[in-house]
Design a protein around this ligand. Sequence first.
Ligand SMILES: [Zn+2]
Length: 457
Amino acid sequence: MKIVILDGHAINPGDLSWDAIGSLEPNARSMIPLMRNLRWIKLAPVFVLLAAGSRSKNDDWTPLVVSPLTASSWAFPGTDGKWHIVYELVLTNANVTPATVKRIEVVDASSPSSILTSYEGSELLAHLRTTANIPPANATIEFNGTRLFLIDIAGEASAKRPKRLLHHFDVLGGATPSHTSGTPAPLSYTVAALDVLSELPELGPPVAGKGWVALNGCCEVGGVHRSTGLPVNGKIVFAQRFAIDWMRMDDRGHLVNGDPSDVHSYPDYGANVLAVADGKVVDTLNTLNDQKPGHLPDPKTITLENVDGNHVVLDLGGGLFAFYAHMQKGSVTVARGDQVKRGQVLGKLGNTGNTSAPHLHFHLMDGPSVLGSSGLPYVIDAFVYAGQVPAAEFAKATNVEGDWSKGLFATPSPRRGQFPLDLAVVSFSAVKPAAKKRKSSWDGGPNTWAKVDSKGR
Ligand SMILES: [Zn+2]
């Protein structure tokens, strides 16, 4: 019986009100009559308070419990000129009465009245996920039920960037610890603090040349990378939270020319894949054949071992790992244990693993496990932002055929220290990296971390 605290004091069984008894374990309730003849034990303070019908001024009754999935988050500058914060909350209904999430506000902990973003109605539902990544039918969470809530905040470059976030919840849920489901009552509370860090890894580009398109990029919740949380090694992780599928368009804006079932029809096929920083090779695969492009391979043929195709994992030091997937068979030029330098060729872009067209899947993560690590944001030190692939048109298209150059800028924009967002078209190496290398202030590791201010750099 978990409530026992043997400190020698006795209380009268008559002090137990129904709600305190309701909050005991079932076995504890049946023991109440038997215990009349025993010396009484003191109940834990929380139960005593409930029995008295009062609570501490500092305590909130929170039947829907909330915690951030990760220990911290980062504010990073995107190619839209705004800062972005992307993370997840875990919601669990710890009360027998169903809990309905009505509204969630993300607020700056230093001034809780300043609401950074809020979600309700269909917008709230669009950000809610089951633990298996399935969008739920509604925002009601059953007793013992858990949901994930995907958050993406963006702020104008001139706006103050928060250092700590809090989350204000409006919930319809159980108002007492009764073990009988009751009528949900409106409850309102602010919980789940999350620190926002501003030091970001600064990397070189994973490919070189012009016309690279950041497909399946940050930060819409519907994106295949952003919304994929997996239960691995005892926890739910979003390894691909900030992953980008890089494809290259040619001078006519085409991602494919000719037969879409031939890997050679794609302008990016065979492009050099580059080390984004100095590091050590910790994993490779180099033996899988290309898939026939145009459609995803038969799911029955995809396993945890071959899903990423031929790949390289680099340990960049300081707890950072870079992951490159879907490379050409036999093209990987490095082996486990090799030290690599930034810009070194690791292999060639291909179409191996679970892929429907040649591309480079790249993401940064906090461990060597490709599926079991948490995805991290970063900035690329220098590139030219050439435009955007039109999002609505691209979403409607059934394949990547066509001219995607309509969103290119008349004057491309040189950028330093930004993260390319979804469907950004960028060119690498046309801008020289800043001559002076910034010193890491994060952990003394070998890579450069950029302290990014709200105006970018
Ligand atoms: Zn990908």
